[in-house]
Write a protein that binds this ligand. Structure first.
Ligand code: CTP
Length: 407
């Protein structure tokens, strides 16, 4: 990734096979005019609409679709690794499906898999294709992974039809690129340690007491922070496999099974961190009499003795170094006497965290879902922010609150 702090960036423009490819010419012109280094990566199909000489002339860089050109420079991954932003315009239904599946059959595919930079897609297709459940599912997958979306606009499409499916105008895409480039480095140089997932407390070698945390929210925070320039370490308790697969390689990872292991990892890592975020769902109790051998029914119903685990968050607050900011999460249900916020306020005080993101859970809400809704309680017990939407959006809201508090 380009670490320059100036306003000139390295941008990859992926162009895929739709008639709107001709409008991407204007987008590339605008980006080049800004002084950015622009590399156009068309698909084979895109070249049927606008040829390589046009892209080379306006981007002033060589253009290829193949992973076999320029092999000595490892171009198939270098473009993605070095990019500050990748924009795919137009993005066809086929390309969105390939992106959602992680296919890498051409240079654009490998570039998208190799990049840790923000990705912006500008879909363009017929209305029926845009509204199809398959396309909508692919868009949801990409958004959950943090891909940014612009459009499509509604209006006249190729032929007689009109409706949603028109690619956004190049000027609008250009403005969105500018916004993403300006916004994303606001955590540069900040060292963040995030815990995610649920701990598992063994009962015997094959059984455990666990919880329904998928790790999605913690992973979303780690990814958002890394994208915004932070130096991130993710401490993963049990995290769903699919969620773990979305952690980019440049995020450092540590693993922890039990609450005690998670506590040990966090205690090791926290002294080097500017910000610590405890997103993990930590078991309050562990099994005191965990069996060395697998329990069998013929032994009779076991009595499981529980002992309390240390409160990791409170421990980190007690040991914190000056200037370190510590945030937690709490999943709460209202009671007859207290609202979710009142419970959150009490919990924040009890643990001493600077920020506590509180969400309401029930049997249906909160866990194992792509969306979340939280109220963030600040050091003075007021709600400093509310966020509702994808776990990525909630992650960004929490990171914004962290930044405001750091001043
Ligand atoms: N937490 C922790 N160590 C524990 C329990 C919780 O660090 N042993 C952290 C969680 O990671 C989270 C916050 O504390 O950031 C709140 O977790 P929660 O389970 O709601 O807290 P509890 O103290 O267990 O509260 P309750 O009595 O409501 O279960």
């Amino acid at each position: 990734m380009n670490t320059s702090t100036g306003s000139k960036h390295r941008i990859v423009v992926g162009v895929t096979g739709g008639i709107a490819a001709y409008k991407a010419v204007q987008l590339v012109r605008l980006l080049v005019k800004d002084g950015h280094e622009v590399h156009v990566v068309p698909t084979e199909d895109a070249l049927r609409f606008v040829g390589a000489p046009t892209w080379e002339a306006i981007s002033r860089h060589p253009v290829t679709t193949s992973v076999h050109d320029d092999v000595a420079q490892v171009r198939h991954v270098a473009l993605g690794q070095q990019a500050d932003l990748v924009v795919v315009a137009p993005a066809t239904a086929n390309t969105l499906a390939k992106m959602a599946a992680g296919l890498s059959g051409d240079l654009l595919g490998t570039t998208l898999l190799a990049t840790a930079a923000p990705v912006l897609v500008a879909p363009a297709m017929h209305t029926e294709m845009w509204l199809h459940a398959a396309t909508q599912a692919n868009i949801a997958t990409l958004r959950a992974r943090g891909v940014h979306l612009i459009g499509p606009d509604s209006g006249q499409l190729t032929g007689q039809d009109s409706g949603p499916g028109r690619m956004s105008e190049p000027e609008a895409i250009h403005a969105e690129v500018g916004r993403l480039l300006a916004a994303r480095r606001d955590l540069a140089g900040v060292r963040i340690v995030v815990s995610a997932g649920g701990t598992r407390e063994p009962i015997d070698p094959v059984r455990f007491i666990g919880n329904r945390s998928s790790g999605r929210q913690g992973v979303a925070i780690a990814r958002a922070a890394a994208e915004r320039g932070a130096d991130v370490t993710l401490v993963a308790a049990h995290v769903d496999e699919g969620v773990l697969a979305e952690v980019p390689a440049h995020i450092r990872m540590a693993h922890a099974g039990t609450a005690a292991e998670l506590g040990a990892r966090m205690t090791e890592l926290a002294p080097e961190a500017d910000v610590v975020i405890m997103t993990a769902a930590v078991a309050d109790y562990r099994v005191a009499n965990a069996a060395e051998h697998k329990l069998a029914k013929e032994d009779g119903a076991p009595t499981i003795e529980l002992v309390e685990n240390a409160d990791i968050l409170a421990g980190l607050v007690a040991a914190r170094r000056p200037g370190q900011l510590i945030a937690g999460f709490a999943a709460e249900m209202p009671t007859e006497t207290e609202t979710v916020i009142e419970r959150g306020v009490r919990k924040r005080r009890r643990k001493g965290a600077d920020l506590l993101a509180v969400n309401e859970v029930g049997w249906q809400a909160g866990f194992e879902r792509p969306d979340n809704a939280v109220a963030i309680i600040g050091p003075d017990d007021s709600v400093v922010a509310e966020a509702r939407g994808s776990k990525r959006e909630v992650a960004d809201a929490l990171l914004d609150a962290v930044l405001r508090l750091r001043g």
